[in-house]
Write a protein that binds this ligand. Structure first.
Ligand code: BJ8
Length: 422
């Protein structure tokens, strides 16, 4: 029987009635989407458990960490350097939300035509639904898209614990210098709130932990290149989503255990779908937990998702941080340049994203790309047109949000696309 966390949630100021409603909807969705899948790897049991405890045991762990004097740092973007947080014994958690909850509340502060990801993090906070926002000591935003930038001002007024990193829009030398200064400023901020100084040793250890996590996710990704794939896109997406919440050392161990099992499946040519099933690479905006809609549609339309060119996916683990540094200054340099290599559509120009999609398409032996942009996400919506003109494989553009209203319409379009790949 699951433990009762209501005292903890109340202490954190959650709205218990609304929160119960949310958990019940999520639990039903999880059963329908995840637990109904056939032939899931045994190793997914750990990730099922993490999801069942995402507002429970993990919050309790963060609570314990705070009691030990550690700082919990919330983030919304893969540009925030996890290495620096870990090197100061902080705990890193992702705060993006992927469900349509609290939108009425959010729309009192931001326009209706704001992307669902922004409306959701505002809505979760304003409706007392997110224990992570409440438990954080610092929330780190970044100047990526205009929507986030302006929403953070309001979020800062509400939460009183917002810190914003300036991300340049270009990657010229002057921009790289600006970014390096921002990484150093963030280190200093973290030192201030943790009341300790970063050391070369702690940076080396933290970089090793984060790199090992990325390597495990790369390993998972490469196993999806087999035909038949040994794991569904839905399950691989879940692992990627959990990478933003779980303890990084435990997470890495569990992903590697899962990969051991998947390698055995590959040897036996055992897959989650028959060999020859059309293979889809999804590219675009991030899939914050519990946004499983598009993967569920694709995998119920006779295809399998073999990769995500997304921040909840390849963009998050593609590059490692160079561990070859011998001073804190050098480490800052290596960390800054690793994060500058991320190809978010907020940058201009952003040709490397097109190159990366082409590379990933080949590596994963995909048959087609579905470009997914959240409605009102201008950077990704516009960049999709450019990608389409520069690639020569089957490509479909979709725009959607977190609601289920367009489920049927999307399914019809995806089914038609999958037909063309057969
Ligand atoms: S590095 S993709 S995590 S900014 S979906 S809020 S872009 S309007 S989330 Fe992102 Fe960092 Fe880039 Fe990745 Fe704006 Fe688009 Fe909404 Fe978005």
């Amino acid at each position: 029987m699951q433990k009762d966390y209501r005292i903890l949630w109340k202490e954190l100021g959650l709205d218990l009635v609304k929160h119960d409603g949310l958990l019940s909807i999520l639990s039903d969705a999880y059963k329908n989407i995840y637990l109904s899948q056939q032939n899931r790897p045994e190793g997914m049991k750990y990730f099922d458990f993490v999801i069942s405890e995402v507002h429970g045991l993990r919050i309790e762990e963060l609570y314990e960490a705070k009691k030990e004097g550690r700082k919990v740092i919330g983030t919304f973007c893969v540009y925030v350097p996890e290495e620096i947080i870990l090197a100061l014994d902080g705990v890193f958690v992702g705060l993006c939300a992927g469900a349509e909850a609290g939108f009425d509340e959010a729309e009192k502060y931001i326009p209706r035509n704001t992307c669902a990801l922004i409306k959701a993090f505002m809505g979760f906070k304003l409706s007392g639904l997110c224990p992570y926002v409440e438990i954080t000591d610092l929330i780190v935003g970044e100047t990526t898209c205009d929507g986030k930038k302006k929403a953070y001002e309001i979020f800062g007024d509400i939460t009183k614990k917002m810190y914003v990193m300036e991300i340049p829009n270009m990657k010229n030398e002057v921009d790289k210098q600006l970014w390096l200064n921002e990484v150093i400023r963030f280190k200093e901020k973290m030192e201030e709130i943790s009341n300790r100084k970063i050391t070369l040793e702690s940076l080396k250890k933290a970089t090793d932990i984060v790199n090992k996590k990325r390597i495990a996710l790369q390993r998972l990704s490469s196993l999806r290149a087999y035909d038949p794939p040994p794991i569904s896109g839905l399950d691989a997406l879940l692992v990627n989503q959990i990478s933003f919440y779980d303890d990084p050392i435990r997470f890495t161990m569990k992903v590697n255990e899962l990969c051991d099992e998947l390698e055995e499946r590959v040897k036996r040519e055992e897959g989650v779908v028959p060999k020859g099933t059309p293979r889809i690479l999804i590219s675009g905006s991030p899939f914050a937990i519990p946004n499983w809609k598009l993967h569920a549609i694709v995998e119920n339309s006779g295809a399998v998702v073999v990769g995500e060119e997304s921040c909840v996916g390849n963009r998050n683990y593609r590059e490692l941080t160079d561990e070859n540094f011998n001073s804190i200054d050098e480490a800052m340099d290596k960390i800054a340049s690793r994060y500058m290599s991320i190809d978010c559509a907020c940058f201009t120009p952003n040709k490397e994203r097109i190159d990366n999609i082409q590379k990933l398409f080949k590596e994963l032996k995909a048959d087609g790309v579905i470009h997914y942009a959240l409605q009102f996400c201008t950077p990704y919506m516009i960049e999709a047109f450019k990608i389409e003109k520069n690639i020569n494989f089957p490509f479909m553009r979709l725009e959607t949000d977190y609601s289920m209203e367009d489920f049927g319409q999307l399914k019809t379009r995806v089914e038609a696309f999958v037909e063309t790949l057969k």
